[in-house]
Design a binder for this molecule. Structure first.
Ligand code: NZQ
Ligand code: ZN
Length: 385
């Protein structure tokens, strides 16, 4: 096992009816900014519940954080917080709203141009405004981690930062708030959280025995409940299990002490930045191709994945690996998500541009062994056609 430090200070408040707990979680004299996406939290009553729970506190509201939140929009929230001298942020929404809130929190007192937070991957963040979240979409794990992904529209750069200062103080996870999610977002959430586990699990064997068993349990749970989630919107147990799986998939626990990949995500971010494809859909395209291209380096873990996650025990080692990659692709497609670049209108002529974007963003040594160079990235994208 590799050396590690594990730190996660986020309080999770889980279950139906828990939004009322805001009254005790947020200081009674806090000057609060609620940050929202589009209309969903207003339409499904979450916003009204949040406002009721905050009672007589001084509350302002910032609407319009878009999916794949933009630096341009978030800087408007930064101005509002500064102008009104607000001291607590409350994200109400999915990963985009929470990620956006993390950026705003870190930008408020940032010494310099806040985009540098992304350019330095968060290393230059020394403080952040405290914030909490009310989660309405299971997918990213942002509700219990210190990561955030922000897009600068002007330059088509989608970059991530992490900082221990941007863990949410608390996150409220009420599964009933996800009942109104469109099927498309449920499918996205299953594929995103599945890929989060794979980025931390499918590398090379590192004797992280319990990390592997946790990861395999999360993958198998997603395989078990994924198709059922598409069938019924208001099944509390299914939604509750999905919500907790997605949180555990990226709260640091399964990644502690083991190598991590993340090249699928970083290549996927280029696809979103350039074509505005949903985050999870980019992962569904890149992951199967990535596993195929790097099957030699990932040989040991691919065999373990085949056997323990998919129960594949017959055939030669190569056949078992082929079958496991194939089952992964079929699983994504069974969730209604297509897994090839041409399904999204992208052909071979675009690959050179995408590889150029990877280079321009300094993404030249990716993966658990830092051997995913732009040339390997090109092969992965070619294998996605
Ligand atoms: O904007 P509104 O109207 O709220 O609608 C949203 C949005 O259109 C809608 N939605 C959310 N909750 C709903 C709902 N619709 C109906 N009922 C509800 N209860 O869903 C749409 C997508 O929301 P978004 O927040 O964009 O989705 P998601 O949670 O998948 O977040 C994606 C973003 O997270 C980043 C991605 O790159 C992407 O920018 N990620 C963040 C990570 C992290 N912080 O650790 C890790 C991930 O790998 C990911 O990269
Ligand atoms: Zn993701």
């Amino acid at each position: 096992m590799l050396n590690f430090e594990f730190f996660n200070p986020t309080r999770i408040v889980f279950g139906q009816g828990t939004i009322a707990r805001l009254d005790t979680l947020v200081a009674s004299d806090a000057r609060v900014l609620i940050l929202l996406g589009g209309e969903s939290a207003r339409k499904n009553g979450t916003l009204a519940e949040v406002r009721a729970a905050l009672g007589t506190r001084e509350v302002y509201q910032f609407d319009g954080i878009e999916p794949n939140p933009s630096y341009e929009t978030l800087m408007k929230a930064v101005s509002l917080v500064r102008e009104k001298k607000l001291d607590f942020l409350l994200a109400v929404g999915g990963g985009s709203v929470i990620d956006g809130t993390k950026f705003v929190a870190a930008a408020i007192d940032y010494d310099g141009e806040p985009w540098d937070i992304l350019e330095t991957r968060g290393d230059t963040v020394t403080s952040a405004l405290p914030f909490g979240s009310v989660l309405t979409l299971s997918a990213t794990g942002s509700e219990m981690n210190d990561g955030s992904v922000v897009t600068r529209r002007a330059t088509q750069a989608k970059l991530a930062f992490t900082s221990p200062h941007v863990f949410p103080r608390f996150s409220i996870l009420d599964p009933t708030k996800t009942y109104t999610l469109p099927i498309r977002q449920i499918a996205n959430g299953v594929v995103d959280s599945f890929t989060h586990v794979m980025e931390q699990y499918l590398t090379y064997p590192a004797d992280g025995l319990v990390q592997d068993r946790f990861a395999e349990g999360l993958l198998q749970t997603l395989i078990e409940i994924g198709p059922k989630l598409l069938e019924k919107a208001d099944d509390y147990e299914l939604r509750a299990n999905f919500m907790w799986v997605a949180t555990l998939a990226l709260n640091g626990l399964i990644g502690a002490g083991v190598p991590q990949d993340w090249s699928t995500h970083i290549i996927g971010h280029e696809l979103t930045a350039r074509y505005n494809i949903d985050h999870a859909r980019t992962l569904a395209v890149v992951l199967p191709a990535n596993l195929q291209v790097r099957r030699t380096a990932k040989h040991g873990k691919l065999l373990q994945y085949a056997q323990r996650v998919w129960g594949i025990t017959q055939g030669s080692e190569d056949e078992r690996i082929d079958a496991a990659i194939d089952r992964t692709r079929v699983f994504f497609e069974s969730m209604g998500i297509q897994t090839r670049l041409p399904d999204y209108g992208i052909d071979a002529s675009e690959i050179g541009i995408l590889v150029g974007q990877l280079r321009a963003h300094g993404m030249v040594e990716l993966g658990e062994r830092k051997d995913v160079t732009p040339e390997v990235g090109q092969r992965i994208l070619e294998a996605s056609l």
